[in-house]
Design a protein around this ligand. Sequence first.
Ligand SMILES: Cc1ncc(COP(=O)(O)O)c(C=O)c1O
Length: 389
Amino acid sequence: MPPLPEVFSFMEKVLEKRREAGTLRSLRPMELMDGGRVRMGDRVLVNFSGNDYLGLSRDPHILKRGEEFARHFGAGATASRLVCGNLSCTEAVEKKIAGMKGFESALIMASGYQANLSLLAALCDRKTLIFSDRLNHNSLIQGARLSGGKIIRFRHNDLSHLEKLLCDAPEETRKCIVTESVFSMDGDVPDLEGLTRLAEIHKALLLVDEAHATGVFGDQGMGLVKPGMAHAVVGTFGKGAGVFGAYVAGPALLKDYLVNEMGGFVFSTALPPSVMGMVDASLDRMAEMDAERKHLAALGDQLRHGLQYLDFYTGASCTQIVPVMVGDTKKALALSAHLEKEGFLGVAIRPPTVPEGESRIRISLCALHSKEDVEGLIRAFSTFVHIQT
Ligand SMILES: Cc1ncc(COP(=O)(O)O)c(C=O)c1O
């Protein structure tokens, strides 16, 4: 390879800095397998890092409907929805989502990231005050930035702080409160009823991201936000639904507005029919998986109990996401490597994904895991403690 031109040199510096701080990321090849397992090289590990919470990513009904839709409707949508990509299968899936969620309308988006980015940019303008939970996902932060609105961060899940900030804001200014219903890196939940109340009192728009609640909580697995609670909800299909894609749900007026004003919708090719077919089947499967949701909740309790007994701190987690707080980045990497040696994939999450000094192992559970899998994982954490002491 010839030497790279000088214009690339800043990249080397950035990567070197990351290497020194232990925050350099790199891609590793892997194959997802049945039973919540993953093959990495010649080893099969129990996968405690994926978001396939119900184990639907390899579900035969879902795969079959994807094939059927592809055969019937074609490989791609060929254009954006507003041009000639508005296929009947996409409209039907949107109706199904809205019905299951109990909202007037739903609009399918390519991904949760794209949905959050373009939704916030469409809902907020330069004069809007955006009240954003301090631990909101990067896509929500970037969306708020893109809108040009003024971002006011409130302490994580602290409604008295949010209330104070709302009271300090001029009454006539447009306001938007943004939060997640299950926090991606902490596995805790906000007081959604309290947020609804504050939004009502202060005439603020309430936007809730249900990425990690979809499939796992609520009626038919459709998340924690009930009709009447938030003005706009984002749900994703790449995690608990096991497929790909996202939706925005809200009143019909919101959908009409977004179809006209949301760049990420207007200027992007519609999702392919195979994905629509798989999402359609996944919604059917999600609706009937109460037993799996119960099992997942029990695994979460078992894991938190075992870890806390070993003196690991798991924050306010009360869901299928259990952070094991380590603090130091290099120690988190050492713990992750130890788990891998013991047969478990538990990836270390480091800054800037989490705040500085809050590196952790983010354990995410899957309904395909057994009690014995979780017992084995707890044992692996305990042997790490023994090596350290
Ligand atoms: C809270 C939250 N919102 C949105 C996204 C993005 O969703 P997607 O993976 O569908 O782009 C993620 C992804 O990790 C997330 O954790």
